[in-house]
Ligand binder design. Structure first.
Ligand code: CAA
Length: 248
């Protein structure tokens, strides 16, 4: 069998980089899709992933733009073969209380965090269904489950992602395609380190495990959900939050 081909959006970011590495380590050809103008970060990413040689490559794409996603998916399919795995990890924050939130802070976030999931899935789902295999993982957030002060936009998009996940999971279940979400808690990423230190410390104090999550904690969950033999897990949300929010 050819190597499974995986696209990870937000692929050069905090969680994305580690997801790319774990997928490549489990034998996948990985395409890290991200904005093309992050030159400094891209250099660091190339350094961090150089041991994987050509098994992790970068492809520029803006997930907020449907045509960009379509073009990137076409390019990847032509160069590496059909796309088997998509991990939607591209996400931004625009934290502020609703009373101060501008329309741009709402819509910019929705375009990336929620439209981005549609833009990617819409462009790969037919191919996956036709070939009878696919693994889609949407990186949501604990804050989509609980809400967070200053995150009406982010919490809405992340909760919306899970509704999308369950609906699409039903549509493609008979085609061998699984669709799941992972809800990370607070992890050691640039995004979380931007939260003011006093607020972040208060949050960490509420995590039973007693620490921030590591990107590898999320990546190993993604590797599990995208395995060939994970075909009976679909429409699920897997919380990975150190016990910060427990539910069943
Ligand atoms: N709970 C209750 N009250 C709070 C509060 C909270 N968490 N945070 C601030 N307040 C209070 C302040 O004390 C202040 O009170 P006063 O008006 O009486 O002084 C008031 O609310 C501030 O309100 P503002 O409208 O001025 O708030 P703001 O627009 O300045 O925004 C904030 C505050 C920057 C959003 C800040 O609350 C914050 O950073 N919160 C944390 C946000 C957060 O956790 N983001 C996660 C980013 S990482 C991520 O999202 C990854 C993931 O998936 C986990």
């Amino acid at each position: 069998m050819n190597k499974r081909v995986a696209i990870v959006t937000g692929g050069i970011g905090g969680l994305g980089t580690e997801i790319c590495k774990q997928l490549a380590a489990s034998g996948r050809q990985v395409i890290a899709a991200d904005l093309g103008n992050r030159q400094e970060r891209l250099g660091a990413f190339r350094e961090e992933t150089k041991e994987f040689n050509g098994h992790i490559v970068f492809a520029p794409a803006d997930v907020a733009n449907f045509d960009d996603c379509a073009a990137m998916v076409k390019h990847v399919a032509e160069k590496y073969g059909s796309i088997d795995i998509v991990v939607n990890a591209a996400g931004i924050t625009r934290d502020t209380s609703l009373k101060k939130m501008s329309q741009a802070q709402w819509s910019d976030l929705m375009h990336v965090n929620l439209d981005g999931v549609f833009n990617m899935c819409r462009n790969v789902v037919d191919g996956m269904s036709d070939r009878g295999f696919g693994r889609i993982v949407n990186i949501s957030s604990v804050n989509g489950q609980t809400g967070q002060f200053g995150q009406t936009n982010y919490s809405a998009a992340k909760a919306g992602m899970h509704g999308f996940t369950m609906a699409l999971a039903r549509e493609v279940a008979k085609k061998g395609v699984t669709v799941n979400s992972v809800s990370p808690g607070y992890c050691r990423t640039e995004m979380v380190m931007k939260v003011p230190e006093d607020i972040r410390n208060q949050i960490v104090a509420q995590i039973p495990v007693g620490r921030l999550g590591e990107p590898s904690d999320i990546a190993r969950t993604v590797a599990f959900l995208t395995a060939d033999d994970a075909g009976f897990i679909t429409g699920a949300n897997v919380p990975v939050n150190g016990g910060y929010f427990m539910s069943f």
